[in-house]
Design a protein around this ligand. Structure first.
Ligand code: ZN
Length: 153
């Protein structure tokens, strides 16, 4: 498991040092949502552009701890170009990953979430060993969720 932990740490650091989809989009046509995690001081602004039920573009700005920023970067890479159904599914799966682990923190049984389907996002599963950091990891996802509500017709 320690090799896997090392790999996960590498992925998180890589996304922290070289965040994907960093920047802003013009609003409109894009819409923006802001999220704040007062426990840690993390701030995330998510810009999304949706066309024909596809999340055609996403940009992230903000600042905060390595977990919050790398989670935002991983999220942007995971959802860009996906249909809104797929995006909502990714949000649900990620939240489930955090929640399931939270409930089973000392339980070595495999979780009900399909880790393989998460790709690099699986790197964040180690965060749940530190419950205070879950809010850091989930901030970008909640912010994206909030932004998507503007596109509900
Ligand atoms: Zn944080």
């Amino acid at each position: 498991m320690s090799n896997l932990d090392d790999l996960y740490r590498e992925i998180i650091l890589d996304h922290y040092r070289s965040p994907r989809n960093r920047g802003e989009l013009a609003t409109p046509p894009a819409c923006r949502a802001e999220g704040f995690n007062p426990l840690c001081g993390d701030e995330i602004t998510v810009f999304i552009q949706v066309e024909n039920d596809v999340l055609v573009d996403i940009k992230i700005s903000g600042h905060g701890c390595s977990i919050s920023q790398s989670s935002a970067s991983l999220m942007s890479a995971a959802v860009k170009g996906k249909t809104l159904d797929q995006v909502h599914q990714a949000i649900a799966t990620f939240k489930q990953l955090m929640t399931v682990h939270e409930a089973n923190i000392d339980d070595p049984e495999p979780v009900a979430v399909d880790i393989r389907a998460l790709g690099e996002l699986a790197a964040l599963q180690g965060v749940v060993k530190f419950p205070v950091r879950i809010k850091c990891a989930i901030l970008a996802w909640n912010t994206l969720d909030q932004g998507l509500q503007d596109f509900v017709s």
